[in-house]
Design a protein around this ligand. Structure first.
Ligand code: HEM
Length: 204
C-alpha cells in the first residue's frame, strides 16, 4: 500500500548497512502489518481507533517492561529510556474517556520474552522506532478522518518534528554497536517482533 515493497535481490545493496539489511529482512511483514491496521480507512470510527490503541497498549506495555529490564542489566548505550511510548498510548486513551483501572486490566501480551543480547535488542528497537516513521502518515489520516488534534493524539504524533533525528541517532548507534556477524541475530529478532505484533493484532 505504501513505499515499503519487498526488495528484489537486485535492489539489495551488496554490503547493506544494518538498517538496510533489517528493512529487506522485514519488508514482507511490514506489508502484512499495514494490511491489518484499520487506521487509514476514511470510515474509521472513534470506537475502532480506541480499541486499536488498547491493543497497542497491550503490546507496548510488556515489550517496554522487557526493554527496561534490558537497560537495568546491560546499560543504556542505545538511549532506550527516552524512547518509551506506553505513557503516550495511556494518555491518549484517558483523553478518549478510558479509565486508568480499565486500562490496567486490559489484556497484555504475555508472549514477549526477556531480551538476552544487544543484537536482539536492536532488532526490537528497529521495529518500534521505525513505526514512528509510518506514524506520521497515520497521524495525517487520523487528523483528517477523526475529530482529533495532536493534544489527544500523542502516540501517533510520536516525536513530531524530532522523528527523523531520533531515527537517525538510533541508526548510527545501532550500526556502531552490532557487528557484521550479528546482523542475522538482529534480523531474526526484528522478524519475531513484527510476527508477535501481527499475531496480537489479528487475535485480540
Ligand atoms: C497503517 C500502518 C502503517 C503504515 C501506513 C506505515 C507506513 C510506513 C512508511 C510510509 C514508512 C516509510 C517512512 C519513511 O521512509 O520516511 C514506514 C517505515 C517503517 N515502518 Fe511502518 N507503517 C505502518 C505500520 C507500522 C507498524 C505497526 C510498524 C511496527 C510496529 C512499522 C514499522 C516500520 C519500520 C520498522 C519502518 C522503517 C523501514 C526502514 O527501514 O526504512 N510500521 N512505515
Amino acid at each position: 500500500m505504501h513505499e515499503l515493497q519487498t526488495l528484489s535481490p537486485s535492489s539489495i545493496p551488496a554490503n547493506p548497512s544494518l538498517f538496510e539489511f533489517l528493512k529487506s529482512e522485514t519488508a514482507d511483514l511490514h506489508l502484512s502489518i499495514e494490511s491489518v491496521m484499520p487506521l487509514l480507512r476514511a470510515d474509521l470510527t472513534l470506537a475502532e481507533y480506541r480499541s486499536h490503541l488498547i491493543k497497542m497498549l497491550g503490546f507496548y506495555t510488556p515489550l517496554e517492561a522487557r526493554l527496561s529490564q534490558y537497560v537495568q542489566e546491560f546499560g543504556d548505550g542505545l538511549s532506550i529510556a527516552r524512547r518509551f511510548k506506553t505513557q503516550w498510548i495511556h494518555a491518549d486513551l484517558i483523553a478518549l474517556g478510558e479509565s486508568t483501572i480499565d486500562l490496567a486490566e486490559s489484556p497484555k501480551n504475555a508472549g514477549i520474552s526477556k531480551i538476552s543480547s544487544l543484537p536482539k535488542c536492536v532488532g526490537i528497537l528497529y521495529v518500534i522506532e521505525g513505526a514512528t516513521l509510518g506514524a506520521q502518515v497515520i497521524r495525517r489520516s487520523l487528523l483528517n478522518n477523526l475529530n482529533l488534534d495532536d493534544t489527544r493524539m500523542h502516540f501517533y504524533n510520536g516525536y513530531g518534528s524530532e522523528t527523523l533525528t531520533m531515527w537517525q541517532s538510533l541508526r548510527s548507534q545501532a550500526q556502531n554497536a552490532v557487528k557484521d556477524s550479528e546482523y542475522s541475530e538482529s534480523g531474526a529478532s526484528a522478524r519475531e517482533t513484527f510476527r508477535l505484533l501481527l499475531e496480537w493484532l489479528r487475535a485480540s
